[in-house]
Design a binder for this molecule. Structure first.
Ligand code: NAP
Length: 516
């Protein structure tokens, strides 16, 4: 949406294609109960318009999905964005014509459009994946993926519900479904570490005060490694005596947001010993919160340390397992054989349900690209070029695909997504402005710059404990054929370095690119 706004401001003719029937992206699709931010709301909104910042009031510190969608609708209306967005328009192919330096985009309907430049703004978690379980479609009741949740709220009252998956999505949805359902069964393959969100309402007075601090808030995000307001504590875990450490962790655990993950000692995500110490602290918290020690033990991850997968922030997740109507099934003990018309058949019995929820995640980062037949010069397919991992320059442009520009492409520095997206839009429209001023019609990467950036990205990932763990962030999704090998999909070094590098490239006249 911001890209559309900026391109229009440059005087470009823009046509956006959107698969949904309306704007909102993640917040359009993910309408499941409990869906909300885990970035502080006031650090998440667009920063480009002072007027918008002053006009919109966040109602909660971590905005729930309906409020966020309302906010995005306000943005679309205020900047009259819908007139250049074609809805219900899934793009199936994008082919480059080397003779005319143009892209031809094909929609599911067969409709085609040609353009000089093609921007992707497909998100990193938009290609949802259903579980590869035999007879998945045989279930006779409704089955939902949270990223394709119905617009009319699902009524769980008096229903027997099964949830497959225990990632960030399920961790938000489970406490809400548990409150309504007659019975809820959660099928867990690998548990995730999670910490409390501590959401609360924002009063009118507090919102008025936040509005006076937007410059400061966004400046803080710009200086932090992942665009969040949280920054690591400069101390190492071992620098601090055990009692003081414990008190520090207690404080972080009691605070709202990602402090426990991103505001922790600086070595917890790179040093095995430091990570083991904080991991034990979080495990202790789970044992304190879950009454049945056997259930608590199942909920404690054994295969990865705290923070080495993206940490879900929860609101009463662990307490949900203290309810009489909630049952946790450990799929390591009793794996799923298949889905049946009545429910889920595990190795020991059949579980019967009225509703199934497949909270089984996404083909992260490259999945949305893979679903479009993108072909560059000579008919070369992006999917093939990226088979072993993306190759880009700064995540702005894939290698060998002229005039294809990516907002939040692989190998950008991400984190707090709207901040990174806004930055990406500014970088790419800056490149376009530069080209227009010089009459260039074609831009592509220089191979040596792609090689250097790819090496930087791979090197930055090497010391991180998270690089040794399977997750969507390392490109592993066993529901997608061929996605069993870890790949580096983002620049996980310091985001401040990335932003400096982007600034330098622009200031130096984009010499890292080839123009014609
Ligand atoms: P996810 O973290 O990838 O979790 C998917 C879950 O489904 C995992 O527990 C996975 O188990 C399980 N699963 C997948 N296939 C399965 C199968 N065939 N059988 C049994 N279990 C299966 O996906 P997600 O929960 O949708 O979250 C993805 C990301 O979206 C998050 O990390 C976060 O970045 C973002 N998100 C953000 C928010 C927020 O901002 N508040 C909320 C929701 C999501 P394994 O672990 O064993 O593979």
């Amino acid at each position: 949406m911001y890209l559309l706004h900026r391109l229009r401001a440059l005087g470009m003719t823009v046509q956006a294609f959107e698969a949904g029937t309306d704007i909102g992206g993640t917040w359009y699709w993910n309408r499941y109960p409990g869906a909300r931010f885990d970035s502080e709301s006031w650090s998440y909104g667009y920063s480009f318009s002072q007027e918008l910042l002053q006009e919109w009031d966040w109602k909660e510190h971590f905005s729930p999905q309906p409020d966020t969608l309302e906010y995005l609708n306000l943005v679309a209306d205020k900047f009259d964005l819908r007139r250049d967005i074609q809805f219900s328009s899934t793009v199936t192919a994008a082919h480059w014509d080397d003779d005319t330096d143009t892209w031809t985009v094909t929609l599911e309907s067969g409709e085609q459009a040609r353009s000089r430049f093609l921007f992707t703004a497909v998100g990193i978690l938009s290609a949802h994946t259903l579980p590869a379980i035999p007879d998945r479609d045989s279930f006779r009741g409704p089955a939902y993926h949270p990223a394709r949740w119905p617009k009319t709220p699902v009524d769980f009252n008096g229903k027997r519900v099964g949830v497959i998956g225990t990632g960030a999505t399920a961790i938000q949805a489970i406490p809400e479904i548990a409150k309504q359902a007659e019975h809820l069964t959660v099928f867990q393959r690998r548990p995730n570490w999670a910490a409390p969100l501590h959401n609360s309402k924002i009063s009118k007075e507090e919102m008025a005060e936040i509005k006076t601090r937007y410059d400061e808030i966004y400046a803080r995000c710009r200086e932090s490694p992942s665009w969040f307001i949280h920054r690591a504590d400069p101390r190492k875990t071992s620098d601090v005596p055990p009692e003081e450490r414990e008190a520090f962790w207690e404080k972080l655990y009691a605070e709202p947001g990602f402090g426990i993950w991103m505001g922790n000692f600086r070595d917890i995500l790179v040093d095995e010993k430091a990570n083991a110490a904080v991991t034990e602290f979080i495990a202790k918290k789970i044992r304190q919160r879950v009454k049945d020690p056997k259930v608590a033990d199942k909920l404690i991850p054994k295969d990865h340390g705290f923070g080495t997968r993206r940490v879900p922030l929860e609101s009463g997740y662990f307490e949900a397992y203290n309810r009489d109507n909630v049952l946790l099934i450990d799929l390591n003990e009793t794996p799923i054989d298949r889905i049946t018309p009545a429910g889920v058949k595990t190795s020991d019995r059949e579980h019967e349900f009225d509703i199934l929820v497949y909270a089984t995640g996404f083909d992260g980062v490259t999945g949305a690209f893979d679903r479009i037949d993108i072909r560059g010069p000579g008919g070369v397919r992006l999917k093939d070029v990226w088979a072993d991992g993306p190759r880009t320059y700064l995540g702005w442009q894939p290698e060998g695909f002229p005039n294809l520009l990516m907002v939040l492409g692989p190998h950008t520095a991400r984190g707090n997504i709207p901040r990174a997206a806004e930055h990406g839009v500014e970088c790419l429209t800056g490149l376009l402005e530069f080209m227009r001023a010089r009459g260039y019609a074609r831009v592509e990467t220089r191979p040596e710059e792609v090689a250097a950036w790819t090496e930087t990205v791979v090197k930055a990932a090497a010391p991180l404990l998270s690089s040794k763990v399977d997750s969507w962030q390392t490109g592993v999704n066993r529901n997608v054929e061929g996605r069993t090998v870890r790949r580096v999909l983002g620049y996980n070094g310091n985001g401040a370095y990335y932003r400096r590098k982007c600034d330098e490239v622009a200031a130096g006249g984009f010499q890292e690119f080839l123009f014609r």
